[in-house]
Design a protein around this ligand. Sequence first.
Ligand SMILES: Cc1ncc(COP(=O)(O)O)c(C=O)c1O
Length: 448
Amino acid sequence: MDATITATDMARRDERAVANALKIRYTPFVVDGGEGGRLFDVDGRSYLDFGAAWSLAGLGYSNDRVRSAVTAELGRTTFGGLVSGINRPAVELAERLIDLVPGDWEKKVWYGLSGSDASEAAMRLLPQATGRNRLVSFVGCWHGTHVGTMGLSAHPSLTGVIGGANVVKAPYPDPYHPPFLGTTENLTDQCLHYLEHYLFRTICEPRDVAAIFVEAVQSDGGDVVPPPDFMPKLRTLCDRYGILLAVDEIKVGLARTGEMFAFEHGGVEADIVLLGKSLGGGMPLSAVVARREVLDAATGSALFTASGNATGCAAGLAVLDEIARLDLVRRSAELGRYLHECLVQALGDLEIVGDIRGLGMIQGVELVKDRASREPHQPAAAKVVYRAWELGLILYYAGNWGNVLEITPPLILTRGEIDEGVGILRQAVLDVLDGKVSDETVAPYAGW
Ligand SMILES: Cc1ncc(COP(=O)(O)O)c(C=O)c1O
């Protein structure tokens, strides 16, 4: 810690010098360091982390093996590229990812630096590979923030940008906010029937559709877990029309949900798997694992100078090793169940809490004005997140209406840390109900 730097001063300098375009701020937190699942600010305060930097820090903030792998690779060369040369970590990581993704067919791996890059590469290559120009995605999905991937996405905060003329949006089977007449009966069939028997018969012929993009758990849309028959029925629909299934595992993949990939809960295989965030263990790294014919569709057509750089890929290899060594798939399943139970116990009696849902180590707590109307309570979410930070817990809110407290902790938390975090969260909700956070306090932190 540098005693000459204070959080207040750093926040002032950040406000003056750093573009607002890249900010979704919930608090004035200024990071100084991290240890396990905790973060420290420049004033020396410690925070338990229930956000894992939007699920990026799956291994927490101080994994020794990731650090060593990165340091060793940097010791060999500060940059080893892939675009116009070959580096060993990139090839090894590609081989490992090919083995990791289910599906007994020929796969290859593409690399980018962010999740958005991965979605962008997939949506660019798919029409070239299939000769079909259209794509389908689901309302509430978040696939990226490039112009192309914003058009592919259908989260309310991304739909203001014009783009995605070749993308048709279908309703996602959200059990808490069912899209059709408020009924959850046969929810999957309602949504997929609309896609197949209405959209496909009117504005989007299936023979023109290259791929359907989906999140097996819709995260930024509000941590929505679709009914169990959704992914199998979506797979069947794709197969019926020769459409490829592209699953975005950027946030929920790599052990978070209690399976290596969230789509495995549905017992299906994906033709294209998008990875990012936790894959790099803190280094900027994303990947597309897909059928060879998709990724080989057009040589040199989707690349960045730093794509597949050796440092990032060395980190990725260490991350995969750590997921196996720490048994994180099983741990997330067990710990996630525990986290869910704790949340239900601590918050389930509060009228403002409309729903608590999730899969493994991604859980959402939806705040509502009243349980009968289910009307989203966005200001309360902003205040709870702020108050939790004041009390020593970091988390964010997400959702189509910005009213879902998103809990995506590092997968390495202990049960004791979960107890501690859930205790702080309950206190934060009670304090907000007590009026301890004013509108003015959270006004500069508009979040979404
Ligand atoms: C499911 C999903 N896909 C893609 C992205 C984009 O990833 P990135 O922000 O690394 O570009 C995100 C980011 O939140 C995401 O949650």
